[in-house]
Design a protein around this ligand. Sequence first.
Ligand SMILES: [Zn+2]
Ligand SMILES: [Zn+2]
Length: 219
Amino acid sequence: MKLSKFCPICGKEVKKLYENLCKDCFKEKYKDAIKLESTEVHIKNCVICNSYFFGDKKERLNSIELAMKEFLNNLKEKFDSAEIIEEGNKVLCAVSKNFGNIKISKTFELKIKIKKIKCEKCVKIMLGKSSATLQLRSEKWNEILNFINKVSENRISDFCYITQYYQNGFDMNFSSEKFLFEISNLLIKNFKLKRKLTKKLVGFKGGKKIFRTTILLTE
Ligand SMILES: [Zn+2]
Ligand SMILES: [Zn+2]
């Protein structure tokens, strides 16, 4: 006597059932168990030293490929297999997971987002080399700081950072004198501040004078 097995979902007659389902319905049932938290891969790239960083990790990586490897390692913790496939200019990611002895695979298209940053280490190095300083003293210093951050956010090679906070303001070093002038002119215009410029001789380099420029902005 032949024993027939029928899948209760699709009604198909099969030799073997998996958790009481045919292979196709079993795969369908677990299909949604395979998903990525996000198909976006966030990578940061320092515009000064060209290091790469995966997500919010601090570890510096030499190439975008190494950052992708970090992403893959994260997936390998969650799935039984994971690999990156390049298809034309698309980057795909194939993952699979075993349920009993059935392997369910899925492929996702990844969106690789690279954010240009200035890494912590580079900013620290620049801090020691800067020869352009802004001294800002104003009741509205918080609002002014937001304004400066907004302007400098999308700059590639210009940057600035606070070196000292005061009750009514802050001191800020700039990556160049040009950027310091640009920002202070914007602040004077937008916040009606007064400017006092000082240039102090701090040394010589190749026979040329080196000045430290300080701009004091007050209400
Ligand atoms: Zn079925
Ligand atoms: Zn860097």
